[in-house]
Every structure is written in structure tokens, then in C-alpha cells.
Design a protein around this ligand. Structure first.
Ligand SMILES: [Zn+2]
Length: 300
């Protein structure tokens, strides 16, 4: 069952692109503030239209430094989030914002930030989807040609793996397995469209484990984590129910996967991640951007 957001968002959701075949940017700008998950500091983001393909980051306080295009090679840390090292400095926790932009069908946008982290907001991509809806989408015609895979591409880390198979459309699947009974084994797959992303994936929130929370806090991490921006699992129960979906954790894994893949642009492929992590997802994004070279055939 799809998560039912507030009426305001339902009204705004009426005109998402039908699929990912066209290029889109934002019509105008939209901004959000909030705390960063790891630093606990206030951060601000202003999204706006971009003239070139891709996602471009600039610093609100140093606009003269210009913009830098995001790509998987900028990833320098994937332990708890996807963190980049840009020419202008570090930028952590980019995955939910990038998932929202790419998932909604945006292929190019400017992301102006104040602070070294993208705000966590409610732990899902829903607030970013609202910001995108508020800004509106502007059509740019057909999406620039995307190289299609000619053979399966797999990356593996321990028992985890992610694979991209040749396909004519984007479909995504994830499977997770946790010893904690509240999560256990979950699988979720769908042929992705912007509408399905907004309804089925964007509302799924970050989750963590009670026994790790104290350790991470002591290590100076997750200073901005709270029971209102992350689901916390305690063995066979959740500390802060209700869940938005019975299988919210695996849907959040898909959200993270999409955000990490968006560093290279969403592929036209069938993608599956088994026990995914930011390290695994960004390795697949790197492999996809490398395969986007002369050996792959252009889309018709
Ligand atoms: Zn996440």
C-alpha cells in the first residue's frame, strides 16, 4: 500500500513526468533548512534550475567559487552516509536529496549549500520531493543519450553484491537480511517511474539500531540523529513506530541506491542490490559510469 502523504503533496503530485525518457530541470528555486545527521549543525540547501546536464553543487556563502558537477569519483566516505570531497570542501549525506531529484525525473539541477552536510529533514526524501514540487519541473526535451549496457555488470563486497543487467527501462530491486526480527528478510522491486518513486520509495525513512546509537554518538557521529528523523530498531521491535510501510527498511535501501546511482545519472538497466550499502552502491555507480564509454552502445 502506498504511503498517504498530506493533501498538499497529493495536489502537488499531479504532474510528475511519465517516465525517465526526457530531460527535466526545476522551473524556479526552492530551499530547505535542517540539521545534518552527523554534525548536528544547521545546514541550508537551495535548489535551482541548471543549464547543463547533471547535478551541480555550489556554496551559498561563496558563489564566486562556481559550481562543480557531481560524479562517483568524488565519493570519499561511505560508512554511514555518502560523503563527497569537492574542490570547495566536504559535503556529507547527499543521497536522499539526489534520490529525490533523480527519482522525480530531474536530470539537471543546481544545489547551493551552506554547511558541510545536506539536512536530514525527516530521514526520507519526502521533504525534498515537496521542495521539487514547489519549484516545479521544466521540460528540456529528450534526455541526452544514455549508453545501454551490453552485458551484466556486478560489484561485490563480501557477501553483498549489486548487479545491473541490460534492459530498455529502469527497474530496481533490493533485498536486505538482518538478524533483528523487526526487519528480518525483506525484498522490494519495481519498474520505476517518477510517480512510483514519489509514492513507494521517497517516504521511506532512514533506520538504525539501538545498540549502535550510543557507540556512534560517542564517536562524534549522528549528532543530529533523533527519534523523529530515523527509525530505531531494537531487536524485535521499533522504538518509534508506526512505520510508513511494513517493509520501510528495504524501501529505504532502494532510496539510498537511487541516490548513489544518481551521482552518475540514473542508468537504463535492471538493477538489483543484495544487502546494499553506500560503499556497494557507489561502487556500482562508478562501474556504470566507466561502462558508459565506447564499449557500450548508445540508446536508440
Ligand atoms: Zn539513507
Amino acid at each position: 500500500m502506498a504511503f498517504q502523504p498530506g493533501r498538499r503533496l497529493e495536489v502537488l503530485m499531479l504532474s510528475w513526468p511519465a517516465d525517465y525518457s526526457d530531460a527535466w530541470t526545476l522551473s524556479q528555486s526552492a530551499a530547505r533548512n535542517g540539521v545534518g545527521l552527523h554534525s548536528g549543525a544547521q545546514c541550508r540547501v537551495r535548489l535551482g534550475p541548471a543549464e547543463r546536464d547533471g547535478f551541480w553543487v555550489g556554496r551559498l556563502q561563496h558563489p564566486q567559487q562556481g559550481l562543480q558537477r557531481l560524479e562517483p569519483a568524488l565519493v570519499t566516505e561511505t560508512r554511514l552516509c555518502t560523503a563527497l570531497t569537492l574542490d570547495s570542501g566536504p559535503l556529507a549525506t547527499v543521497e536522499h536529496l539526489l534520490a529525490a531529484l533523480a527519482g522525480c525525473g530531474i536530470t539537471q539541477a543546481e544545489i547551493w549549500v551552506e554547511g558541510d552536510e545536506i539536512p536530514l529533514l525527516d530521514g526520507s526524501a519526502l521533504n525534498w520531493v515537496e521542495a521539487i514540487a514547489e519549484a516545479g519541473l521544466a521540460p528540456l526535451g529528450a534526455r541526452p543519450p544514455v549508453a545501454l549496457l551490453t552485458a551484466p555488470l556486478t560489484v561485490q563486497q563480501g557477501i553483498s553484491f549489486a548487479t545491473a543487467l541490460p534492459a530498455q527501462r529502469l527497474s530496481v530491486a533490493a533485498a536486505v537480511e538482518y538478524p533483528q526480527a523487526a526487519i528480518g528478510r525483506q525484498v522490494f522491486s519495481l519498474e520505476l517511474t517518477p510517480q512510483r518513486f514519489v509514492e513507494e520509495i521517497a517516504p521511506a525513512r532512514t533506520f538504525g539500531f539501538r545498540d549502535q546509537v550510543d557507540q556512534l554518538r560517542a564517536a562524534g557521529l549522528i549528532q543530529g540523529g533523533a527519534l523523529d528523523n530515523a527509525l530505531v530498531c531494537d531487536g524485535d521491535r521499533w522504538l518509534n513506530p508506526p512505520l510508513r510501510f511494513a517493509d520501510e527498511p528495504v524501501r529505504h535501501k532502494l532510496l539510498d541506491l537511487l541516490g548513489d546511482l544518481a551521482l552518475a545519472g540514473l542508468p537504463v538497466a535492471q538493477v538489483f542490490a543484495y544487502r546494499g550499502s553506500h560503499g556497494l552502491h557507489t561502487a556500482l555507480a562508478t562501474a556504470l559510469s566507466v561502462s558508459n564509454g565506447p564499449s557500450a552502445s548508445p540508446a536508440p
